[in-house]
Design a protein around this ligand. Structure first.
Ligand code: HEC
Length: 101
């Protein structure tokens, strides 16, 4: 019984830990948001250092990127404090700086 409960606690903690409190400044540019919130994990791709992501063609659209940044992934945190206007900006930035395959 105790084991089951502690497993549940660990599971819940690791799931809820997957979000980031980063809040962009009012006038933040996409580049600033990238530098402050994304660059620690998404740096230049080996094949082209001016690109920070490699995207599958089917995911290379704004709706996908907006959702990804908002909700995160298995290992990527979700950014719940990036507002809609900034999500638009950062998504354009992602698509501009992606190797699309
Ligand atoms: C703590 C590290 C980390 C941070 C910070 C982070 N990411 Fe990620 N991101 C990942 C990882 C790991 C993946 C791939 C696995 C996954 O989805 O969890 C990913 C995946 C993505 C993808 C999907 C790529 C694809 O091909 O599907 C996009 C787009 C993305 N990140 C954008 C961003 C943006 C924009 C920011 C900043 C606002 C950001 N990430 C911050 C770790 C991070």
């Amino acid at each position: 019984m105790f084991k089951k409960i502690s497993l549940l606690v660990i599971l819940t903690a690791s799931l809820t830990a997957c979000s980031n409190d980063y809040t962009p400044d009012k006038a933040a540019t996409a580049k600033k948001i990238y530098t402050e919130a994304c660059a620690s994990c998404h740096a230049g791709e080996p094949a082209d250092p001016s690109k920070y992501w490699t995207m599958n063609k089917k995911n290379a659209n704004k709706a996908y990127v907006v959702n990804k940044v908002k909700s995160g992934g298995l290992r990527m945190p979700g950014f719940k404090n990036i507002n809609t206007a900034d999500l638009e900006k950062i998504s354009e930035f992602v698509l501009k700086h992606s190797i699309i395959k």
